[in-house]
Design a protein around this ligand. Structure first.
Ligand SMILES: Cc1cc2nc3c(=O)[nH]c(=O)nc-3n(C[C@H](O)[C@H](O)[C@H](O)COP(=O)(O)OP(=O)(O)OC[C@H]3O[C@@H](n4cnc5c(N)ncnc54)[C@H](O)[C@@H]3O)c2cc1C
Ligand SMILES: Cc1cc2nc3c(=O)[nH]c(=O)nc-3n(C[C@H](O)[C@H](O)[C@H](O)COP(=O)(O)O)c2cc1C
Ligand code: SF4
Length: 663
């Protein structure tokens, strides 16, 4: 408590007192639509309630059929639906927790041909043109919100959150560019905001005074023609008068071309927005986006940026976030690294969400370790796969020794954390280091494992990772040729003209590392986020320039360079490098490297020579398996097992799976 006095202070709502200032933000997990998903969801929320979070908000649930985000999406529009949710609310209440259901109507973002919107204007991120709601349709939709809120109360929820941001239906009514109506729901801002205010006041009337009603207000649209700050304040006042309990912050429409939650967004990078609204209304305000450690939350509250902090993904990463902060064990928090790989990318691919650093998230009931009491386990390699398997085996009761050839934990995460904006990867190493010590794992750094050293263990887990794949063309033995490991570990002083061979995730990271000088002004300035809140939509001219380095990336396969990067973050990397002047060529054949430079044949058969000071090879990896190491019970995980398509999500999950089987 002494460490986080603001964060852990109770919040009086009048009819209820929240035990602290931490809200678990809304996340659609995919379990909502999964067979048997509600029981799994119940376990998911119950663990988080037990972990001490004051209030949780469910993923968005549609008030009617037209509002679902995708075909078959969850709805709350009948008492049968409500009864289906009881398992969740009962489980949360049994833990003494609180949970509100988010009501989200996707409007033109609904990925179905039956989508509706204030006007028949297609979103740039959808292929479906919505049907404009008739006046009666608008009335019916408001009624559906009201019924949904009543049903949420009947289902045992403590409240609802009305989703008014991220470019969904309510937001579409608010913005002039998506609302061209000429009836009472369109026109000036007062008329465009009527839909939102009518929903809030009629929901309040229907659910009574002792029910939490959060309104998620889009405070920074980050799209051309979005709301201006005067309209945001006017709406907040209207929402307060209409009977909301709290106002949560929404940042950026889905179609915005500015990162709002990726790891490159600084911690609490949008708290200035909520702070600007403080004092304009008396309701508690909630700040959000990229808060992932108690220190940053405490600071935001102490600075008067908000009354409460929302964290969504950090609760996938660690259900015990609040309990650990309260107990003075913040260094044991498994920190969300903002990668989106297992959460948002999964949801966009219609898969159940999880978490790269915590594969148990949303899979609590299906990732149960066996009891490994009295089993002696040697884990070889302290990269993500090795750290994960050592920790999970120790938690399951095994006696674990962890051998690491280098002098530090972390494996390739020690390179990843050097990429600008990926410093969070260091937090994962910190978390595992703290937890391995807590669970009594014997650690032997600077000790390569050998057959002799692992003799006598019941099981050996080989997690020795990968090595960079060699690049073989005439001249590839020249001194200009270096690997990504040489570059990121600071072994070479990279010159001005650089060719990067290979345009996968690591190639992009290396290009980012080498051209970061172009973003001198920092995150907000380089992306054009208006921190003065004077521009409509919160957009200003980006200050990003070209890099002083000349970088060119090559890819052997044809098609879009970087096409395999993450679904929700790939565009950020592609756009960043393009703006920094990085050239990209696909479908190339490498011919030779000589004093003139790198010679390639392009997809159209023409030749191209690039003068270079360095060629950085990012051409994939191969498994690294020491040949002086054997054991009759050897389990191979992570990159050592298979380097193809390797990422940390797979490495950490495979580490966990070791503990799910007895040797
Ligand atoms: C720049 C960069 C950025 C990346 N970004 C991402 C990202 O954004 N998302 C993502 O999912 N993945 C990312 N990765 C990939 C990710 O780091 C790897 O997939 C992951 O580290 C693989 O884990 P691992 O444990 O299998 O192997 P490694 O991380 O390679 O660890 C292997 C460990 O074994 C040790 N070792 C080797 N031989 C022995 C021995 N004989 N005895 C004892 N110890 C030994 C090594 O020293 C090392 O510490 C990135 C990688 C790099 C280089
Ligand atoms: C997997 C996933 C699903 C989400 N689903 C919703 C949703 O249904 N409704 C909503 O308002 N926000 C949703 N969000 C956005 C979060 O509420 C939050 O604004 C965002 O993740 C940034 O906060 P964080 O950095 O604390 O995660 C989702 C985010 C993720 C990662
Ligand atoms: S997958 Fe990445 S972004 Fe998502 S919760 Fe886990 S660490 Fe955070």
């Amino acid at each position: 408590m002494a460490d986080y006095p603001h964060l852990l202070a109770p919040l009086d709502l009048g009819f209820d007192v929240l035990p602290n200032r931490v809200l678990m933000g809304s996340m659609h997990t995919g379990l909502e639509e999964e067979r048997g998903g509600m029981a799994r969801l119940a376990r998911f929320y119950a663990e988080r309630a037990r972990g001490g979070v004051a209030l949780m908000v469910t993923g968005g649930i549609s008030p009617n059929r037209a509002g679902v985000v995708a075909w078959g999406g969850a709805r709350m529009s009948s008492s049968a639906h409500a009864r289906h949710h009881r398992v969740v609310t009962d489980a949360v209440r049994a833990e003494g927790g609180r949970i509100a259901m988010q009501i989200l109507h996707a409007g033109r973002y609904a990925y179905t041909p039956f989508c509706v919107a204030p006007s028949a204007l297609r979103s740039p991120i959808s292929r479906f043109t919505p049907r404009a709601l008739s006046s009666r349709g608008v009335d019916r939709t408001i009624r559906d919100f009201v019924v949904s809120a009543q049903l949420a109360r009947y289902a045992g929820y403590h409240g609802v959150e009305i989703m008014g941001s991220e470019g969904y239906l309510i937001n579409q009514f608010l913005a002039a560019q998506t609302n061209k109506r000429t009836d009472q729901w369109g026109g000036d801002f007062e008329r465009r905001s009527r839909f939102a205010l009518e929903i809030v006041s009629r929901v309040r009337e229907a659910v009574g005074d002792d029910f939490i009603l959060i309104y998620r207000l889009s405070m920074l649209d980050l799209v051309p023609g979005g709301s201006d700050w005067k309209e945001v304040v006017q709406l907040a006042k209207g929402v307060e008068a209409a009977g909301a309990t709290m106002i949560n912050t929404g940042i950026g429409w889905h179609e915005a071309r500015i990162p709002t939650i990726a790891t490159s967004v600084p911690r609490g990078g949008f708290k200035f927005v909520t702070k600007a609204l403080m004092g304009s209304v008396d309701l508690p305000l909630i700040a959000t986006n990229r808060f992932n450690d108690p220190g940053a939350c405490e600071q935001a509250l102490a600075e008067g940026c908000a009354d409460m902090v929302s964290m969504a993904r950090p609760f996938l990463a660690d259900p015990e976030f609040v309990a650990k902060a309260r107990a003075g064990r913040a260094s044991h928090i498994n920190t969300c690294i903002g990668c989106n790989q297992a959460c948002l990318d999964h949801v966009f691919a219609q898969k159940v969400a999880s978490c790269l650093v915590n594969p148990r998230a949303c899979h609590e009931t299906v990732t149960v370790p066996k009891t490994l009491k009295d089993v002696r386990v040697a884990v070889v390699g302290a990269g993500p796969a090795g750290m994960s398997s050592a920790l999970e085996c120790a938690r399951a009761g095994a006696k674990v020794t962890l051998f690491e050839a280098s002098e530090q934990f972390g494996g390739q995460f020690n390179l990843a954390k050097k990429i600008p904006g990926k410093g969070e990867f260091g937090e994962t190493v910190r978390y595992f280091t703290a937890e391995l010590a807590k669970h009594g794992v014997e650690v032997r750094l600077s000790t390569p494992a050998t057959t002799e050293r692992v003799a006598g263990f019941d099981r050996v887990v080989l997690a020795t990772g990968v090595q960079p794949r060699l690049w073989n063309i005439p001249g590839s033995d020249r001194p200009e040729v270096v690997t990504y490991v040489d570059v990121l570990s600071g072994k070479v002083d990279v010159g001005r003209r650089v060719a990067i061979v290979g345009a996968g995730g690591i190639g992009f990271d290396v290009a980012d590392f080498l051209t970061h000088d172009a973003d001198e002004g920092g995150f907000h300035a380089s992306w054009g986020v208006d921190m003065d809140l004077t521009e409509r939509g919160g957009l200003t001219q980006p200050t990003r320039t070209s890099s002083r380095r000349e970088v060119i990336m090559y890819q052997r396969s044809e098609g879009k360079v970087g096409g395999n990067l993450g679904k929700t973050t790939g565009w950020i990397h592609r756009q960043t490098l393009k703006q920094r002047g990085v050239k990209q060529l696909s479908g190339v054949t490498y011919e030779k490297l000589d004093a003139e430079g790198l010679h390639v044949t392009l997809a159209d058969g023409t030749s191209h020579t690039q003068a270079v000071d360095h060629v950085v090879v990012c051409a994939g990896q191969t498994p690294h398996r020491p040949d002086n190491l054997d054991h009759p019970n050897l389990v191979v995980v992570g990159g050592a097992r298979d380097a193809r398509g390797l990422d940390a999500q797979r490495a950490i999950l495979e580490g966990l799976r070791v503990a799910m089987e007895r040797p």
